[in-house]
Unconditional design. Structure first.
Length: 202
């Protein structure tokens, strides 16, 4: 399956406008290549063609960076929200472990198990969201570099990409924390008090 179709298939619907605009960036590459071809055909000098080529490289490079920056900004907002919800759940779980007779299960509220499960789903979606956007940026740059016969662009983008992604909080710790909470809730507070192994519960 091509990446564009894959993106439409796996994207979280309510986040769709937060993903890298992969199709639009592909169209932009076509427009740039047409513009360069047309410039050659009208008899532009080699210097003029190279100036335009460099301008187009910067234009697409910035477009990809802007798209990735928008995606990672959204990721960070959602990450902090999940982190806050996780801390709240953890406090409730700790309270229940210390006071087994108490309950937070009010009729109008989600059960503790459903709260943890809901945050687990969100954090799994966030992890995929980040991976998909990173892959999308790489694919656009590789496609452009190939058409321009300019492989150095891939290395240039890799440096910028690393700067963006290395400063983001790693989601694996949050995934682990939520999975641990879910296992605790299922084992300690469910009606059957499951004795299943961690992998079987998750």
């Amino acid at each position: 399956m091509k990446f564009g179709k894959q993106l439409r298939f796996i994207a979280v619907k309510q986040w769709f406008d937060k993903y890298i605009p992969y199709s639009d960036l592909k169209k932009k590459i076509k427009q740039i290549m047409f513009q360069l071809s047309e410039t050659r055909e009208i008899g532009a000098t080699e210097e003029e063609i190279q100036d335009l080529r460099q301008k187009c490289i910067i234009e697409l490079f910035n477009a990809v960076n802007d798209a990735i920056s928008n995606a990672t900004s959204f990721y960070l907002e959602e990450y902090l929200e999940v982190q806050s919800q996780t801390e709240s759940i953890k406090m409730d779980v700790d309270e229940l472990l210390e006071n087994p007779g108490e309950t937070f299960e009010n009729p109008g509220q989600k059960s503790l198990k459903n709260r943890v499960f809901g945050q687990m789903l969100t954090v799994y979606e966030l992890r995929t969201f980040l991976e998909v956007n990173r892959t999308g940026g790489q694919k656009i740059i590789k496609k452009f570099a190939k058409q321009l016969n300019y492989p150095e662009l891939i290395d240039q983008y890799a440096e910028t990409e690393n700067e963006i992604f290395q400063n983001l909080p790693a989601i694996r710790d949050l995934v682990r924390e939520l999975e641990d909470l879910y296992v605790t809730v299922v084992r300690e507070f469910s009606a059957t008090k499951s004795k299943e192994s961690r992998p079987d519960i998750i």
